[in-house]
Design a protein around this ligand. Sequence first.
Ligand SMILES: Cc1cc2nc3c(=O)[nH]c(=O)nc-3n(C[C@H](O)[C@H](O)[C@H](O)COP(=O)(O)OP(=O)(O)OC[C@H]3O[C@@H](n4cnc5c(N)ncnc54)[C@H](O)[C@@H]3O)c2cc1C
Ligand SMILES: NC(=O)c1ccc[n+]([C@@H]2O[C@H](COP(=O)([O-])OP(=O)(O)OC[C@H]3O[C@@H](n4cnc5c(N)ncnc54)[C@H](OP(=O)(O)O)[C@@H]3O)[C@@H](O)[C@H]2O)c1
Length: 451
Amino acid sequence: MSTQNKHVIIVAGAGPAGMAVAASLAKAGHEIIILNRDIKFGGLAEYGIFPAKLKLRGGLKKQYWELLEKPNVHYFGNVSIGNGKDLSVEDVRTLGASAVVFSIGAQGTKAIGVEGDSAKGVFHAKDVVYHFNRLPGFGDRPFEVGKHVAVIGAGDVMVDIAHWLVRFKKVERVTAIVRRGPAERKYNPKEIRAVCANMDVEGIASEVARIKDRLAAVGQNADEIHKGLTDEFTKCEPKVSDTKMGFKFLASPKRILVDGNNQVRGLEMEDNKLEPKGEDTAAVGLKQFYEFPCDSVVFAVGDKVDETVGLPYKSGMFVTNPNKTGNDPDDALFQAYDETAGKVMEGVFLAGWARKASEGLVGIAKRDGDWCAEIVGKYLATKTPRLSDTKAVLGKLSSILSSRKSHPVDVKGLRILESSEKAHWSEEDCIGEFKYTKNQEMIELIERSKA
Ligand SMILES: Cc1cc2nc3c(=O)[nH]c(=O)nc-3n(C[C@H](O)[C@H](O)[C@H](O)COP(=O)(O)OP(=O)(O)OC[C@H]3O[C@@H](n4cnc5c(N)ncnc54)[C@H](O)[C@@H]3O)c2cc1C
Ligand SMILES: NC(=O)c1ccc[n+]([C@@H]2O[C@H](COP(=O)([O-])OP(=O)(O)OC[C@H]3O[C@@H](n4cnc5c(N)ncnc54)[C@H](OP(=O)(O)O)[C@@H]3O)[C@@H](O)[C@H]2O)c1
């Protein structure tokens, strides 16, 4: 690419989506500046995906290192974007880059409106996942779960939480609380192998029998559904605890019940029935309530984006251009949109879970990043570079960060960190490799080594 067509592009967020955008645009010859909240790159590939998935995580890490070592890619870890953070959205937009892609994931917490959800012993899955993956700020915070844990939801995140509870915390009982029935479970059958050796198969048989009339009312055969559910309990990973895992179906938590210390003692649950909704079903409350005893509750019901970042936000999502172009992929779906001004935010794009919260696997986020890069590429082709001098953008960025006493971490810093963590691997905790859990500790280590 001739220097005249070379643009500077800022990618905010170094998860699978942002790294895909960066890889594609770097390959096209542009200069890429990556700004990432976490010191380390990878997003949920580093701090979400279950630690035992070494092959998947290792493969992604290798790809990301290759990208970061390219001369036209500039990494700034430990840089948060948002009001009152290292940089505001406006700061990022006015650094002089031709385009900015926000691929900052879905960092907001989805609340489902259950009374008492601030009680002790109530957790959100993302925080628990960040805890066992050792994200700074979560890694060394205690997550006391007691003996019986209710996990709300029936997706892959519920299974990951159960995995941690069954194989590492070794609690007495885990119950997945599912608002619809067994046929509407969302988890991938392969994922259940991590916990299926601990299934309370008798309890599950009586639970399905308990709801059989309500399944029959929407044409579902309880015996067939029970067989489908339990046939997936094959190739189970060897049992390592006496935890019993079960399900409560057609059940919606309505209230967290607490003791005198505001500690969870149970859930007030409403029985549901199913109603057809197009090809699918919906859960409808029956106004019949009962108490379900448990010591803690984990909400694994999906996430939303972080509305405090300063991007236009509505109903759990950042707003994208409603005026579809009909192109495939459609440019509008990736363009940030200011509803108050009634126009597209010039040069601002969204990708991955920042565009569609909690949707799909790493491969989907990567594809989203590839599509976004294609659309950014089309946009750049219509522009003359605003500031082809990468040094000027980097200089402005560094001067803002230093005036705000921020501590960005570059690729050299990441290398120092990686080799130090590798040297500590014999000190791994119960869940996998050794990781530093404090930003300060990591920054001091990097600064000492660089001095
Ligand atoms: C618990 C869990 C387990 C999963 N397990 C698997 C699995 O086994 N296999 C699989 O294929 N998929 C799995 N997924 C899905 C996969 O992790 C996601 O599809 C993918 O990570 C989404 O990528 P993303 O880049 O959009 O967002 P993220 O991965 O969330 O990356 C967002 C990045 O943005 C940065 N960021 C956030 N806020 C800011 C800010 N304000 N300023 C600057 N930077 C910011 C973060 O530091 C992070 O690096 C899992 C998801 C979860 C929640
Ligand atoms: N190992 C892996 O491969 C892995 C691990 C983790 C995550 N992921 C991926 O990450 C994405 C997100 O996963 P996820 O588990 O967070 O989301 P998910 O798959 O959408 O599952 C969310 C669950 O929460 C339930 N739920 C939502 N709102 C609720 C409410 N108000 N009350 C009660 N229950 C509610 C849903 O029930 P309804 O069906 O009734 O809406 C569903 O069972 C998925 O694409 C998943 O595959 C993959």
